[in-house]
Design a protein around this ligand. Structure first.
Ligand code: N2P
Length: 610
């Protein structure tokens, strides 16, 4: 039998294991943020370069500024409200105090996603434009309960007779509050404020629903950076955010411990705020940011920063970029309303959906003289006859890329993605229409099939494929392939063409059964606030030199005929970028399937939830 000592040691070991489990991922992230290698796998020495790079990134600085503004305003309002509520309920006990308190606590236990969705609905129904105001209101909404809880715990033992004595001596209620009540509960109020601030600075879920455009906070910025590939710079920003939050929470904890620990809280509080504000002190101020802004909502990996910089310089404006990775995400954002974007990039079938719902603004052709450079083959398509609402930006194909050396036989069919030899080594894009499209083509059908029995059979194929699938990823699938984590990946040609430059062992094929052709277009939402600038941007992307630059940097095919002669042979003759003529007849555009979309959504959920 274990003695008391042995029991304790065992307990300590279990506790240690639990802590390792909790903190190991964080430790890895923090360690890698100091790793001089870009590739996370190998340690190549200590560096602060990623931290320096991160704080010099204008988008990071801007989002940090936004986070501080939101956090500051939220802290003031939520702490004041929470304190007032705690005092009121402490002073006036009535029959239903318990119920009132429980109602105040509900937001701390309600699922965050539900809170986020209901706030978005509320804002949409009162017509509140998504931006700083909506984010601050939402943050106040979910932090006020915490402020209440912290202050309430501390004032449980607060002695009202002090207030009464002051009143007896002739002090008015305001004086009593400022000179008697507040000093007595101040550490608790401060602790509440620090907690609220830390919660606000950290929040992702609620903010992602209600931020709209221009109010991108640091967590949203980090997520958006992840979409363009994981880099040590992201680890660095995350590490800074993590340290600041931990220090602020430590300060809040010390303040709650009572008098003796109050002074000890000063150091972590100052250090926490120091980390958050240091980037502004250490870096040179941004060149007078223009107040003319173009809000662009675009696919990840679809435009290079240098191209945007050219537009900014030419027009003396700032381009605010948000990224997405599926048409469905774009549609959801626009359908919720008030998104605030000036230019969006819907694929063919999504143009049709948006037009039908009255969500696009008719284009002013006189402001688009460069439209003459677009090849006629890409104009006047069924999804937007006469191009009244959209102009082609880029076209692309879906296919399979694989490691020649790891995959035994040459791949020419979608069936390769079901080959049991590649168990755990397959990646599919995270996109219902594309995944069903591949499975339908594999069975020899159109990727626009709507027959319920057929779709259910295809769903079963996809469920059978699950053990082979390492990940569903529409963002940086080419990185996952490059890293060797997967050997075969479904994905879009441009990003694979980039991967092939880095690793000549990677091959891109369009399966013999056929595949998707996308024409991705530029369009202006009906509620865009900078429609004139939006037209200028669209026209800018159709200038032959700019269109060629977009094709060269992003490796997606250009519909711009005048740009073709400007492209080097390595691009023009690259079959992964411009597919050979004999492939074209095998490609099919995705169509809007109306009612059947619901069925696709349901079956897709069934595949993913297995
Ligand atoms: C960009 C890929 C877009 C292809 N990441 C689908 N339209």
């Amino acid at each position: 039998m274990l003695g008391e000592h042995g029991g304790r040691t065992g307990l300590a070991l279990v506790a240690l294991a639990a802590y390792v489990f909790l903190y190991a991922p964080i430790a890895v992230l923090v360690a890698l943020s100091f790793n001089s290698s870009r590739l996370s796998a190998s340690w190549e020495g200590f560096t602060l370069a990623w931290h320096v790079k991160a704080v010099n990134n204008p988008a990071v600085l801007q989002s940090l500024r936004n986070s501080l503004l939101v956090g500051g305003a939220t802290t003031l309002v939520a702490t004041a409200l929470g304190t007032a509520a705690a005092l009121a309920l402490h002073r006036h006990r009535f029959k239903r105090t318990g119920a009132v308190e429980a109602a105040l606590m509900l937001p701390t236990v309600a699922p965050e996603i539900v809170l986020a969705a209901s706030l978005l609905l509320l804002f949409a129904s009162v017509g509140l434009r998504l931006g700083f105001a909506s984010v601050i209101l939402a943050h106040v909404g979910f932090t006020v309960s915490y402020a209440f809880l912290v202050v309430k715990a501390r004032i449980a033992g607060f002695d009202h007779s002090l207030e009464e004595a002051a009143m007896d001596l002739g002090a008015g209620p305001v004086r009593v509050f400022l000179l008697v009540t507040l000093p007595a509960i101040f550490p608790a109020v401060l602790a509440a404020a620090l907690l609220v601030f830390a919660l606000s600075i950290d929040d992702y879920v609620v903010t992602s629903f209600v931020a709209g455009v221009g109010a991108t906070t640091l967590p949203l910025q980090i997520y958006s950076m992840v979409k363009s590939g994981v880099s040590p710079e992201i680890n660095a920003v995350s590490t800074m955010l993590l340290m600041a939050t931990a220090l602020l929470l430590l300060a809040a904890f010390l303040l709650e411990q009572g008098r003796a620990a109050t002074r000890a809280a000063i150091v972590p509080a100052l250090a926490g705020f120091g980390i958050l504000t240091a980037p502004f002190v250490l870096t040179s101020p941004p060149s007078a940011a223009s107040d003319r802004v173009l809000n662009l909502f675009i696919w990840s990996n679809y435009i290079a920063p240098e191209t945007l910089a050219k537009f900014e310089a030419r027009h003396g404006v700032r381009v605010n970029v948000d990224l997405y990775d599926s048409n469905e995400a774009l549609l959801a954002k626009l359908q919720a309303g008030n998104a605030g974007y000036d230019v969006i990039v819907p694929s063919d079938y999504s143009v049709q959906v948006l037009v039908a719902q009255g969500l696009l603004r008719p284009l002013d052709r006189s402001a688009l003289p460069n439209l003459r450079h677009i090849d006629a083959a890409f104009l006047d398509r069924p999804y937007d006859r006469g191009n009244r609402f959209s102009v082609p930006y880029v076209w692309c194909t879906t296919g399979i890329a694989y490691h020649r050396e790891r995959v035994a036989a040459p791949v020419d069919s979608w069936s390769a993605l079901w080959d049991p030899r590649y168990r755990g080594r397959v990646l599919m894009v995270d996109d219902a229409r594309e995944v069903f499209g591949a499975a339908l083509k594999r069975r020899g059908h159109s990727l626009n099939a709507t027959d319920p029995a057929l779709l259910r059979a295809v769903r079963d194929d996809l469920i059978a494929q699950r053990p082979l699938v390492r990940a569903y990823n529409s963002t940086n699938f080419e990185d996952v392939l490059l890293s060797g984590d997967v050997w075969l990946a479904q994905g879009w040609n441009g990003q694979f063409a980039k991967a092939m430059e880095q690793d000549p062992d990677i091959v891109y094929v369009i399966p013999k059964e056929g595949s998707t052709l996308f024409i991705d277009n530029l369009a202006i939402p009906v509620d865009a606030r900078h429609a004139e600038l939006a037209h200028r941007f669209i026209d800018f992307t159709m200038e032959p030199e700019i269109a060629a630059e977009i094709c060269q940097t992003m490796k997606y095919s250009s519909p711009n005929r005048s740009a073709w002669p400007l492209l080097p042979d390595s691009i023009r003759r690259n079959p992964a970028i411009f597919p050979p003529r004999d492939v074209l007849p095998r490609l099919e555009l995705i169509q809007d399937l109306g009612e059947a979309t619901v069925l696709y959504d349901r079956l897709w959920t069934e595949v993913k939830s297995r």
